[in-house]
Design a binder for this molecule. Structure first.
Ligand code: ATP
Ligand code: MG
Length: 560
């Protein structure tokens, strides 16, 4: 990892690990895992979990497995497995072992028989709705299933026949025998196995007619892998007694412990898979990797560097409560990382032609430009200067609005970045009164030198009209207009209608040869990257990663 990376603060989980190590627990081992279900794309919330799990393994010289929690054949697919592996590696992490919960189906089955033999699990013939009815509520205890007192022999026989595929889906389940009156609903005889015949599992094919449930699978997979610290989000706090019950009642090879931390919620974003799916399916965004999506695929395509995400996670820390994190935190991490890592270039987003009338026709000059103002190791490049150049429309006003105005105006002077000082002599208009061209003159004595006898404060970017390459530039902004979408009703009403504005600009020629995904600072405009899917050398496409400054802060200050 790079040196500028923020070290992870000592959060409560790291404190627990320190104490465990001091007490000599787990023979001094630290083993974590990151357990996604391959039923969708990872998002920035998962990044928090990865930074925590992989980060701990890295800092303590421990291990971290990537384990696919794949117990639902109907929702999972190898495409998601591949995408998730890719995302983890892109973030900069290496797993110690790659595992699938389905690798353990045989062992898990054995653990289930063990519970049956100990009289701690039974086959129940109630259907899903009856099970719900019998379960009771938060205020009322549940009732025992009429099948609860089946003999060990009958349970073993029925469970084996469930495995053999003798029964239909939903006709029976295997349940743990715990306590139907427990104040914790998770302990009211939770389901351990369900029948799902004829489904094709992406790893085990048609081998299994029964599938283990999440809590059972997760706990025992942790135990089988020798996980020491099983870290999950707060909504699993109520599941911890069940996690411990499995460990207490099954002869497990190791004894992991579960700790819960607060989920990441991010302002101006939604992170629920259901809502993200809706955005994709209703065509509100252009797929899972739309650069406005909080998915890792989207974030990558947007141009966020992985070190910015790790830095962000180190800064937000890990606490025992769910909180809302300001978007500005993430954006600041991105700006900082890109400021250090992105070479500078010039691109004109809204071109206005400038003809420099005293520059000889047909002549071109190679001017030298530094690729990074603060870091010489980025080297230099040349930009060609020609008689006709483009500047941005926003950099010209006929009459300066006030004394602070430093851009070009009629009769005024400005420096072309890395080049000469020019003066605007005339603005040409079309029949509609719109300015189509500026007639200018340049001062040949001003290349790398101050003009004689006068001060020129403004510097603007430009691109040679003859050599510049037309490019499509996508200006992405936040997907939602409000920090907490849906807080006052329909979350889709809070979508930002201007989250994507596409413009046709002109970029300096070197940019047309840039690699897909390459990141740049377009001087005075922001950070941009080459779109990995749509860009070609003939027709480059750039995505705006982020503006140079926080324009939202200004808006809220103005409105506030
Ligand atoms: P979603 O709620 O979006 O469907 P999930 O929790 O069901 O997410 P998993 O694939 O099961 O998705 O998650 C893998 C791991 O990432 C889990 O340990 C989970 O707790 C963690 N995780 C998921 N979302 C967040 C989040 N917003 N903040 C922190 N950790 C998260
Ligand atoms: Mg989950």
């Amino acid at each position: 990892m790079s040196k500028r990376e923020t070290p992870a603060a000592k959060n409560f989980i790291r404190q627990i690990i320190d104490e465990d190590l001091e007490r000599g627990l787990n023979d001094g081992r630290v083993a974590t895992r990151f357990p996604p279900e391959p039923n969708g794309c990872l998002h920035i919330g998962h990044v928090k979990s990865m930074c925590l799990n992989f980060g701990i393994a890295y800092d303590y010289g421990g291990t971290c497995n990537l384990r696919f929690d794949d117990t639902n054949p109907d929702a999972e697919s190898p495409e998601y497995v591949a995408a998730i592996k890719d995302d983890v590696q892109w973030l900069g992490y290496e797993w110690t072992n790659l595992r699938f919960a389905s690798d353990y189906f045989e062992e898990l089955y054995g653990f289930a028989e063990e519970l049956i033999r100990k009289g701690k699990a039974y086959v129940c013939d109630l259907n899903a709705e009856q099970i719900r009815e019998y379960r009771g509520t938060l205020t009322e205890p549940g009732r025992d299933s009429p099948y609860r007192e089946r003999s060990v022999e009958e349970n073993l026989d029925l469970f084996r026949r469930m495995r053999a595929g003798e029964f239909t889906d939903g006709s029976r389940v295997l349940r743990a025998k715990i306590d139907m009156a427990s104040p914790n609903i998770n302990l009211r005889d939770p389901t351990l196995y369900r029948i799902r015949k004829g489904a094709s599992h992406h790893q085990t094919g048609e081998t299994w007619a029964i599938y283990p449930m999440y809590d059972f699978t997760h706990t025992l997979s942790d135990a089988l892998e020798g996980i020491t610290h099983s870290l999950c989000t707060l909504e699993f706090e109520d599941h911890r007694p069940l996690y411990d019950w499995f460990l207490d009642n099954i002869d497990v090879p190791s004894r992991p412990r579960q700790y819960e931390f607060g989920r990441l919620n991010l302002e101006y974003m939604v992170l629920s898979k259901r809502r993200l799916t809706e955005l994709v399916e209703q065509g509100i965004v252009d797929g899972w990797d739309d650069p406005r999506m909080p998915t890792i695929a989207g974030i990558r395509r947007r141009g966020f560097p992985p070190e910015a995400l790790r830095d962000f996670c180190a800064r937000i820390g890990v606490t025992k409560s769910d909180g809302m994190v300001e978007m500005a935190m993430l954006e600041n991490s991105v700006r900082e990382a890109l400021d250090a890592a992105a070479p500078r270039a010039m691109a004109v987003l809204n071109p206005l032609k400038v003809v420099i009338e005293n520059y000889p026709e047909g002549e071109r000059e190679s001017l030298t430009a530094a690729n990074h103002p603060k870091d010489d190791s980025f080297g230099e490049r040349t930009v060609t200067f020609t008689r006709e150049v483009y500047i941005d429309r926003d950099d010209f006003m006929e009459v300066p609005p006030n004394k602070k105005y430093k851009r070009l105006s009629l009769g005024g002077e400005v420096r072309l970045r890395n080049g000469y000082v020019i003066r605007c002599d005339e603005a040409i208009r079309d029949d509609n009164g719109e300015i189509t061209e500026l007639r200018c003159s340049y001062d040949p004595a001003t290349l790398g030198a101050n003009p004689e006898g006068r001060k020129v404060k403004g510097v603007i970017h430009w691109v040679s009209a003859e050599d510049g390459v037309p490019a499509t530039i996508r200006l992405y902004d936040r997907l939602f207009n409000v920090p907490n979408p849906g807080a006052d009703g329909d979350w889709k009403r809070d979508l930002n209608p201007d989250s994507l504005v596409t413009v046709e600009g002109v970029v300096e020629p070197s940019l047309a040869r840039a690699e897909p995904g390459a990141r740049f600072q377009f001087e005075r405009e922001g950070y941009f990257c080459v779109d990995p899917h749509d860009s070609t050398p003939e027709r480059p496409v750039f995505n705006r990663t982020i503006t140079l400054r926080d324009t939202w802060e200004k808006i809220s200050q103005r409105e506030g």
